[in-house]
Ligand binder design. Sequence first.
Ligand code: PPS
Length: 293
Amino acid sequence: MSVQYIQYKGIKFPPGYNSVHSLCFAENKFEVRDDDIFNVTYPKSGTVWMTEILSLILSGGDPTWNQSVLNSLRSPWFSTRLGLETAHNCPSPRLLTCHLPIQIFPKAFFNSKAKLVYTSRDPRDVVVSYYYFTKMCRTYEDPRSFDQFLESFLSGDVPHGSWFDHLKGWMELEGRSNIFFISYEELKQNLQGSVGRLCHFLGKELDDAAITSVVENTSLEAMQRNKMCNSTMLPKELMDQEKGTFLRKGVCGDWKNHFTVAQSEYFDKVYQEKMQGVKGTFPWEQTGLVKRV
Ligand code: PPS
């Protein structure tokens, strides 16, 4: 089935919940409150995981909110048609989610005291996860093959645009006190410690018992059991659960089961070219093949 993507500022977005108007509104007119907390990611980088973590931190570790209210109502996708309305009606402090690149992000944020958490992930795992997601999500074009999808991903011709541009755009703000950068790999490696750092950033210190509750309730298994975040409540017209599972594997390095040697070498070449000049190192550069010179 062919999908007509929405085009906004040179980037394509899935139709249905996005429109040019909703994206333009998000960028230019969305009113940011000083106590807003934004959860920003490139797709498949741990968005839904971070929503669970942030919701639990705001609840002081009490899982009731996470287990009784849909994630899209707890942390609305404010740049979508429905999400915008939900966001307007949310009491403060709001959690807000999006995949927006920095150039389309609400202008009002940059003159506010609102906080933002940016979660990144090994792009090789992102592309694998994205590939499976597009197969089950009906607002995405069905990828013809993994090879084809990888090619589109590396050239930036996928919904939500280039992974490289997304990461590089947001990384330019590194060092700002109201922006917190974290990776999926750090969450996997040390969830307890990561939650502690997030609490500190948000100014919401929790005791050990509360942090342990956040950790327990945001494990992959706990999230897979929780209908409020495992996507099984989504209508079939949006997500076909027979074609896959949203909380699919939840591991680091699954790309190794999918990339051929040739794909891996090609990926590295493109990665090195596109990441030239980017400061710092990322967890996925310390293991695996990707190395920058
Ligand atoms: S989306 O559609 O862009 O919002 O997807 P997103 O939530 O960003 O990413 C989905 C991937 O995150 C994995 N995930 C987790 N991994 C480990 N632990 C926990 N708790 C967890 N929650 C979500 C999810 O399984 C998807 O990755 P893959 O590799 O496909 O399994």
